[in-house]
Ligand binder design. Structure first.
Ligand code: ADE
Length: 353
């Protein structure tokens, strides 16, 4: 605030109360609790609006009945130029005011507080750390819990040994690659054990690092490898392969796409230790997994991951794949081109949620 990065005005609702007692609330019809009355709230809103000039303010009302606050919600609030937060007490605000003037009712969690002031402070604090310049190290903001929908790794400082407990050796190794691998694995372990519910909205690409490869089973040469290349680039997948069973098809694909890595069999690619295979096809099959479960198992897996895409399930029935640990994922989008199947599946597993 001192550096003019954000401004917070406190408005005392009491200034808009009625009569000698500056009355703000009244008995709730039907229950007898106390409720803030709509006319006084509207007077306070009109006053707060004077601050907005030409900007339409975004009005938030903290209440246990609201939608749960999370990092994405805070990010979207932080994009607003003017946020007005109405702090209620007791039974809260008259619902007609909420209906007409509140853009979003939010809850900080499934617990009941005496009023909206602490939730307002929570919102202001978490919004303000997203304003450039508020937190010294921007990277710290990015790496903190929830930024990509995952929990943060544990942190340690000196002394190296304390009450018989040592800082994990890898953090002292000075090997950046090993350190970031360790940090990612710890973040994944914590998220999977403590908050598996976060996995659906987590962007896991950074946590899988460069372990993911893509293999496409081609049944003709119409596979538009340029757009597949663009997809792999977008998801930072450095290695992708095309499997074409006949010599003729391999030659056709190589002629069309000289850069493509065209394979005649899976033997070499499957020889890697600790490889997790996800077979993805468009269609339906009983033993296939939900995409969330595939996402979870990919995160859990320590070794490399190979996504094998095929237009239909029969193409995935290969002797080479028998006995290899693999999961099946059926896309609910049927009868689409291989490219659309790959695009939608990669987005589901690796895209930003
Ligand atoms: N007011 C009272 N309890 C609350 C909660 N859990 N979240 C937001 N506002 C509240």
């Amino acid at each position: 605030m001192k550096n003019n990065l954000l401004r917070v005005n406190l408005i005392n609702l009491r200034d808009f109360g009625k009569g000698n007692y500056r009355q703000l609330d009244d008995y709730a019809f039907g229950s007898g609790g106390m409720v803030f009355a709509a006319p006084q709230l509207k007077a306070a809103l009109d006053y707060a609006n004077l601050e907005s000039k030409n900007i339409k303010p975004f009005v938030v009302y903290p209440s246990p009945q609201g939608v749960l606050i999370n990092q994405e919600l805070i990010e979207s609030l932080a994009h607003q130029e003017h946020v007005i937060i109405f702090c209620g007490h007791y039974e809260g605000l008259d619902e007609r005011f909420v209906e007409k003037y509140v853009n979003l009712e939010v809850s900080i969690g499934d617990c009941v507080l005496t009023g909206g002031e602490l939730p307002a402070m929570i919102m202001i604090d978490s919004m303000s750390r997203l304003v450039p310049g508020v937190v010294g190290k921007t990277q710290a903001v990015i790496e903190d819990s929830f930024y990509r929908g995952m929990l943060d790794n544990p942190n340690y400082t000196r002394p190296f040994e304390w009450e018989g407990l040592r800082v994990p050796e890898v953090l002292l190794s000075g090997n950046d690659k090993q350190v970031s691998h360790w940090r990612r694995r710890e973040a994944v372990k914590r998220t999977l054990t403590r908050r598996p519910d976060l996995i659906s909205r987590a962007s896991i690409r950074d946590y899988l690092a460069d372990k993911v490869r893509v293999l496409i089973i081609a049944h003709d040469e119409n596979i538009e490898l340029e757009s597949l290349g663009a997809l792999c680039e977008a998801y930072e997948l450095s290695r992708s392969y095309v499997l074409a069973k006949s010599h003729e098809l391999r030659e056709k694909i190589k002629n069309l796409y000289p850069e493509a890595k065209v394979l005649g069999s899976l033997d070499k690619i499957l020889s890697e230790d600790n490889l997790l295979i996800v077979k993805i096809f468009s269609g339906s099959k009983n033993n296939s997994l939900h995409s969330l479960e595939v996402k979870r198992r990919c995160l859990e897996h320590e070794g490399s991951i190979l996504f094998i895409f095929a237009q239909d399930e029969s193409e995935l029935e290969s002797e080479a794949l028998e006995g290899v640990s693999s999961y099946l994922y059926e896309s609910e989008i049927n009868n689409v081109s291989l490219n659309i199947l790959i695009g939608t599946a990669l987005d589901r597993f690796l895209g930003k949620r």
